[in-house]
Write a protein that binds this ligand. Structure first.
Ligand code: ATP
Ligand code: MG
Ligand code: MG
Ligand code: MG
Length: 562
């Protein structure tokens, strides 16, 4: 590509951007803002996006996943079927067509894909099946100020898997987890897979892939000694276990209350069926451990607390307080994000214990001053301890480090949440109707562009990892008016292109200083400069990352290129 006619509008300074990646993408002419959180990708930005997409596509295809494409515009009915039309919150973009029919712009596509598979697949013989797309998503984010890190319109790779049984889901989950490791490694990222929202859904069910960077919004706990790493979004939850009724605990205080209640009684009290109890959770409230029961479907990353909101069912808090703490929109009747929900439950924990869950040394009876392990069996969820700064690793006792991370991927065992809600079933080997068991797997494609820059830049500009660079070589003719330089540069441009290399050719009539500054800013890995020594047939080759440079005869360039 010839720079003279290319749309690469570089800027010396930008004022509006806080994040380094946001500043550099604007300054280097990779993108321009259209509205808050909505961007034009200029030619260079588009090339980087396509590089990332190709890597993601290759690795997804290798797992056996099939690419399709779903629409951004989706009928509200689908989201009403799943219940999310009313519960997703203000991030959901809603609109109407000319007939007044309700639509949404998809922030994610569980509903659309579940409806598709419901209509097309009815036997276990077609399972497992993983479908994915690379497509534009819409989320009306509250603070779309970080450039591509948090757009209101952004590009995601989202995959959905369908299975006849859990083991099969576990296998696909592992395959895609590995594909994600491959993808982020090929993208040149320093990343960690962390246990996500581990507190309430049980450990092996969801992981986030975090790019380690101070620009990240998430805090993650990483053990220096073993492979433990977790998102600590929910610092309140410190332990999950099950009352084994075995405790023999001296000096254990009973809470003075209306009396002991069994789980059945509590569930009646909360208006929830018993099977929806996940676990008892232990919270630290006022430095005291307090147990509460959390209700919900343990296969999903959400806990249904709808009855907690209904002051007439249980008087845990007035509706207004709950909505304020949880940020729940008026009219809320279903699942909300786990983080918010846990905050609500932590706030109400004491009240729950006093009102509903008291007793000692009996199954389904719960206590204050409880010690995990002593009073509770450490079950398979025990390693999901969510830790606080200064803690030691819950797995190995090693030192825990806190780091900031950018969430670039998320894998998730959905179970039957959507298939049940939307009545998506298949016939199993014995001819019995079963709901599909599902997983979902996202990657923030456009967020990755920014995340890569956060890890790969210096004070002069971007330093692209080779695999995602918009061009492999930046060829610069210092003075296009000089005949020797122009001739050698033009010759090299043709030769490199013929050899299949992607070359950006700076053939502009700009000053040398401008050209070099722009080259550093753009961040293309290899720079070939044709300057004063062109008269002797000598050119310079320089690596953007190390700054290493060497002079060589222009005929040798092709064979010397890394
Ligand atoms: P976040 O916690 O950053 O809001 P999320 O957990 O809501 O992200 P998911 O629903 O897990 O996001 O979506 C899958 C992936 O899509 C995320 O891991 C992230 O990489 C990307 N993503 C989510 N929201 C945005 C956004 N507003 N802009 C760009 N990428 C996004
Ligand atoms: Mg989000
Ligand atoms: Mg998240
Ligand atoms: Mg996520």
């Amino acid at each position: 590509m010839r720079q003279k006619t290319a749309l690469i509008p570089t800027l010396r300074t930008v004022s509006e951007a806080e994040m380094v990646s946001h500043q550099l993408l604007l300054r280097a002419g990779y993108m321009r803002q259209v509205a808050a959180g909505v961007y034009n990708f200029l030619p260079l930005g588009q090339r980087v996006l396509q590089k990332i997409i190709e890597i993601v596509r290759e690795e997804m295809n290798r797992t056996g996943a099939q690419e399709l494409l779903m629409p951004a515009l989706n009928p509200a009915e689908l989201w009403q079927e799943s219940g999310r039309y009313d519960t997703y919150g203000p991030e959901l973009v809603k609109l109407q067509d000319r007939h007044g029919r309700d639509f949404i712009l998809g922030p994610t596509h569980e509903e659309t894909i579940t409806a598709l598979v419901r209509g097309e697949i009815n036997t276990y013989k077609k399972l497992p099946m993983t479908l994915y797309q690379i497509q534009t998503k819409f989320r009306d984010e509250k603070r779309p100020r970080s450039g591509l890190l948090r757009g209101r319109e952004f590009i995601m790779k989202d995959a959905y898997s369908f299975h006849a049984d859990r083991e099969c889901l576990d296998q696909t989950y592992e395959d895609i987890y590995q594909a994600y490791v491959n993808i982020f490694t090929r993208l040149g990222l320093n990343f960690r897979a962390v246990e996500a929202d581990a507190g309430a859904i049980g450990g092996k069910g969801t992981h986030e892939f975090m790019v380690l960077s101070d620009a990240g919004e998430d805090t993650i706990a990483i053990c220096e000694a073993c492979d433990y790493a977790a998102n600590i979004e929910m610092a309140e939850v410190v332990f999950q276990g099950q009352d084994n009724g075995q405790a023999s605990v001296p000096a254990m205080e009973k809470v003075s209350t209306p009396g002991k209640r069994t789980i059945e009684e509590v569930s009646t009290f909360l208006g929830l069926p018993t099977h929806q109890f996940i676990k008892s959770l232990l919270f630290i409230v006022d430095e005291e451990p307090v147990l509460v029961l959390v209700c919900g479907d343990h296969e999903v990353n959400e806990v249904k607390v709808k009855n907690l909101f209904d002051a007439t069912v249980c008087e845990l808090a007035d509706e207004e307080t709950v909505r304020r703490i949880a940020g729940v929109p008026a009219g809320f009747v279903g699942p909300i994000g786990l983080k918010e929900q846990v905050k609500v439950i932590a706030d109400q924990a004491v009240q729950v214990v006093i009102d509903a869950v008291v007793g000692a040394n009996e199954v389904d009876a719960h206590l204050v001053h409880v010690q995990p392990g002593r009073d509770f069996q450490v079950d398979q969820y025990a390693d999901l301890r969510i830790i606080q700064e200064g803690d030691v690793c819950p797995r190995c006792g090693g030192a825990i480090q806190f780091q900031r991370g950018i969430e670039v991927g998320h894998v998730f065992k959905l179970g039957t949440k959507y298939s049940q809600a939307m009545n998506a079933n298949f016939l199993d080997a014995s001819g019995k109707e079963q709901p599909f068991i599902m997983g979902c797997y996202g990657i923030g494609i456009s967020r990755l562009v920014a995340a890569i820059i956060e890890q790969h830049h210096d004070e002069n500009g971007i330093i692209w990892p080779v695999n995602v660079a918009p061009f492999a070589v930046h060829l610069i003719a210092v003075n296009m008016k000089n005949e020797d330089q122009a001739k050698i540069a033009e010759g090299l441009y043709e030769e490199l292109k013929r050899a299949g290399m992607e070359v950006l050719f700076d053939d502009r009539l700009e000053r040398a200083g401008v050209k070099f500054k722009d080259a550093d800013l753009l961040g293309i890995p290899v720079r070939i400069t044709v300057g004063a020594k062109a008269s002797e047939g000598i050119v310079e080759i320089k690596l953007r990352r190390s700054g290493e440079s060497a002079e060589l005869a222009h005929e040798d360039v092709l064979k010397e290129l890394p």
